[in-house]
Design a binder for this molecule. Structure first.
Ligand SMILES: Nc1nc2c(c(=O)[nH]1)N[C@H]1C(S)=C(S)[C@@H](COP(=O)(O)O)O[C@H]1N2
Ligand SMILES: [Mo]
Length: 316
């Protein structure tokens, strides 16, 4: 158990009660605001977000959904990052001590030549776009998040996979000193996730470096993470340090932990329930009531023939 020393508490965490309540009011009204592409999401930001550096966004990306953006206060706190803790608030607090520079990604396996990519080189190479995507956790909550990043396919092309490569597997940083959650073997560490190469090359697949116009908070996967909007959140692996290309289907942490509950695909599907709960509905954070969950999280039109002929019930 980690005890917080008074010196670890940042001034931004000390919020007078009345300020906190007014903030809640503000969030409520901001939550009902509909953002269209190009609108500055700054109205959704409060004092605590200003600590995250603003990013230069070159363009508004495609596939932006026309739904109310979830306030940053939800997106930055309703998180999952088991390396730090299985409890959301604790994970957020502990993640603040992760160092995100220097940061490199090792590229290996079925590639022309293995190489090491530096995050700052990637940021210089690829213009950043903003894409407002639906985000659906397997736990049946959802949000709408303005991500900042570049197409995953640009990253894949830079890696130069061989023509034999059929899958790409990603790994998260494993630093046991700052990640006390890894002392418990709930998952196989380092956290690993994988996609079929054609899924990774799909134009919806995003490599994200920021959200709400700013760099990613550590708890959301800084400095670089996947965002695969038609899949459950667990596929969107955080704080990536390695990409491995292969011919054979690679292991993934959740599937290794419980194959009956978490398949390789993790595609959002209201008709395929989790063995312990229904996936037919979801709670959109900041909204009352529940929404019907949509096939492929509402991106079915973009899936075209990606899964043609695949039995989605068996391949969950
Ligand atoms: N390395 C790592 N990546 C991870 C997780 C994790 O525990 N560790 N949790 C996953 C799960 S279950 C979800 S729902 C999403 C949540 O992304 P968010 O916290 O930015 O909302 O991150 C995914 N990526
Ligand atoms: Mo999740």
């Amino acid at each position: 158990m980690l005890i917080k020393k008074p010196t670890d508490i940042r001034p931004s965490e000390i919020t007078p009660e009345n300020l906190y309540l007014r903030r809640r009011e503000f969030i409520k009204s901001a939550g009902s605001l509909l953002l269209t592409a190009g609108a500055a999401p700054s109205i959704l930001l409060g004092r605590q977000e200003e600590e995250f550096k603003a990013l230069k966004i070159a363009k508004q990306g495609e596939y932006t959904v026309n739904e109310s953006v979830t306030p940053f206060s939800y997106a930055s706190t309703t998180i999952n990052y088991y390396e730090f803790s299985m409890r959301k608030r604790e994970a957020k607090e502990r993640a603040s001590s992760m160092k995100t520079r220097p940061w490199t990604i090792e590229v290996e396996g079925d590639v022309k030549t293995p190489k090491t990519l530096d995050i700052d080189d990637l940021l210089r190479r690829f213009p950043l776009e903003e894409r407002i995507y639906r985000h659906r956790c397997v736990e049946a909550w959802s949000m709408v998040i303005p991500w900042v990043g570049f197409p995953l396919r640009e990253f894949i092309n830079l890696c130069e996979p061989t023509s034999e490569a059929k899958f790409v597997q990603f790994f998260t940083l494993l630093d046991r000193k700052v990640m006390p959650g890894t002392r418990i073997d709930v998952l196989r560490w380092p956290y690993r996730e994988a996609l079929r190469l054609d899924e990774a090359l799909h134009p919806l697949s995003l490599m994200s470096v920021g959200m709400y116009g700013r760099i990613l908070p550590n708890q959301n996967g800084a400095p670089i993470r996947l965002v695969i909007p038609w899949k459950y959140g667990f596929k969107s692996i955080k704080s990536i340090v390695r990409a491995r290309f292969s011919r054979k289907i690679p292991p993934t942490s959740w599937n290794q932990a419980n194959a009956r509950e978490y398949g390789f695909y993790g595609n959002v599907n209201p008709k395929v329930n989790h063995p312990r709960w229904s996936q037919a509905e979801e709670r959109r954070l900041g909204e009352g009531g529940r929404r019907k969950t949509l096939l492929f999280n509402g991106y079915a039109d973009q899936m075209e023939d990606l899964y043609a002929g695949l039995d989605l019930r068996r391949n969950y």
